[in-house]
Design a protein around this ligand. Structure first.
Ligand SMILES: [Zn+2]
Length: 458
């Protein structure tokens, strides 16, 4: 069996693979700080060399920011694009690191050996799992697996300013049949996951203005409308006592979870008590008829993120303020359109304004949710491959946050994505002392080999 040969090759060459990852981790590719521009270019060049050594045709493409790395191997079968990012977060506060963030080391951790360095998990360790799977595959088969494009970004940690123009300008080259994105984690220590639902986000800041200036409550109190009272009354009614958002038509485009996915989520045995207990909470606060996982992954939310007005300084001022403001955001799911939700929210507020109050609406912004079409047989193939490797059933899961790249691939390249990663909750990505378990690295490489093997048979 050639798959077994590839897996053995991965096991036998793990020390060399780890050394290559360490080399990449020594490059301080902090994308947000111009002082490290040279390091970002160096990381891109390092990856180009790596790709070339594997037999890809590869180059670092200049952008107004950091270079994009593109590698290509034209072969048989479906065209798969693999995405990762080579830039890393800043290291501050540096004094909380136990050692130099760019001097990687293997240490013994509570769950076995781990690699400690900035980027070990996010995302250098993760992107190298795929390249190392390609390397072992090539060592055994004599050629790379299938029809592959590799796409590494260097601005993911700094807002991806060059990404959309780059996707637009290189649409033809980068449009594959399916994208693999390796920048997520396991569901728990040993349960692998494929993220198939990512929530979107809509947000707005607004002000309710009444009198032409702040008033004295001794003189005007009782007769003049107080905009804080208006604002809090309206926002106080944003949810009913079942946790449902009260903006009209808010749930119109929300799809119900497919039964098969609901069953998988049930089987995950999510422990909401310990999830909430970690932040000293006890009771889920979302829609009462939804499970906690649904509340996080597949149901939309409305949150008041900030609220202000009047006098909040030291002491007391009996001011009757002329205006009150709030920031409100919505996590969106499935078919919800931010361009419908935000105007509906605005109309809902306006309909409740008393005389003399005016709504000032500013900076509405939104991006829709992404839901992958899991009917593509690649999803079941990847799930089976992950289940083989981890010896636990892999799950299709949601993700409460946003991973914009998946949405961009869909919007600009018309391509669905499978988000598969091997990070763990305690990897401390973006924080001091980031680590990647050697087990994540090793089994991540093996997982990709198994996935590539199954995909190559489709
Ligand atoms: Zn990342």
């Amino acid at each position: 069996m050639t798959l077994d040969a590839v897996l053995s090759r991965i096991d036998d060459t793990l020390p060399e693979a780890t050394d290559r990852l360490m080399d990449l981790l020594r490059i301080a590719s902090i994308s947000t700080d111009p002082a490290y521009n040279g390091d970002c270019a160096q990381a891109a060049a390092w990856l180009v060399q790596e790709l070339k050594s594997l037999g890809f045709s590869a180059s670092a493409r200049p952008t107004p920011g950091h270079p994009m790395v593109v590698g290509r191997h034209a072969g048989e079968g479906r065209h798969i694009l693999f995405y990762g990012h080579y830039d890393v977060q800043p290291v501050d506060p540096i004094e909380l690191w136990e050692r130099d963030p760019f001097d990687p080391v293997i240490q013994q951790g509570p769950k076995g050996p781990l690699i400690r360095a900035r980027g070990a998990s996010d995302d250098k360790g993760q992107l190298m799992t795929f390249l190392e799977a390609c390397r072992a595959w090539k060592d055994v088969h004599g050629e790379l697996p299938g029809n592959l494009t590799i796409f590494f970004e260097g601005e993911e940690e700094s807002g991806s300013p060059s990404l959309i123009p780059f996707l637009q300008e290189n649409r033809e080259e980068l449009s594959a049949d399916l994208a693999l994105i390796c920048d997520t984690g396991l569901f728990s220590d040993h349960i692998p996951a494929i993220v198939t639902m990512l929530r979107g986000l809509a947000k707005v800041e607004f002000t309710i203005r009444a009198a032409s200036k702040d008033l004295h409550s001794g003189m005007f109190g009782g007769v003049a409308i107080n905009p804080i009272r208006v604002l809090t009354r309206i926002l106080g009614g944003l949810h009913d006592d079942q946790g449902r958002v009260q903006v009209p038509d808010f749930y119109d485009d929300v799809a119900e979870l497919p039964d098969a996915v609901a069953a998988q989520w049930q089987a995950l045995g999510f422990d909401h008590a310990s999830f909430l207990g970690g932040v000293d909470l006890t009771t889920p606060a979302g829609e009462v008829d939804r499970t906690p996982l649904e509340q996080i992954w597949s149901r939309p939310t409305a949150e008041i993120n900030g609220i202000w007005g009047g006098y909040t300084g030291a002491g007391f001022k009996t001011v009757l303020p002329s205006q009150a403001s709030a920031k409100v955001s919505f996590r969106l799911v499935s078919g919800q359109d931010p361009d419908k939700i935000l105007p509906a929210f605005k109309a809902w507020i306006e309909a409740q304004l008393p005389p003399d109050c005016e709504l000032i609406w500013s900076e509405p912004e939104g991006s829709p949710a992404s839901t992958m079409s899991i009917t593509d047989p690649a999803f079941d193939a990847a799930r089976a491959a992950l289940s083989d490797e981890w010896e636990r059933p892999a799950a299709f899961v949601g993700c409460g946050g946003s991973i914009p790249i998946a949405g961009y691939f869909k919007e600009y390249l018309g391509m669905d994505a499978m988000l598969i990663g091997f990070g763990r909750d305690d990897d401390q990505i973006h924080s001091p002392n980031e680590k990647y378990d050697l087990e994540s690295f090793h089994k991540g490489i093996r997982s990709w080999a198994r996935i590539l093997d199954r995909l190559s048979q489709q």
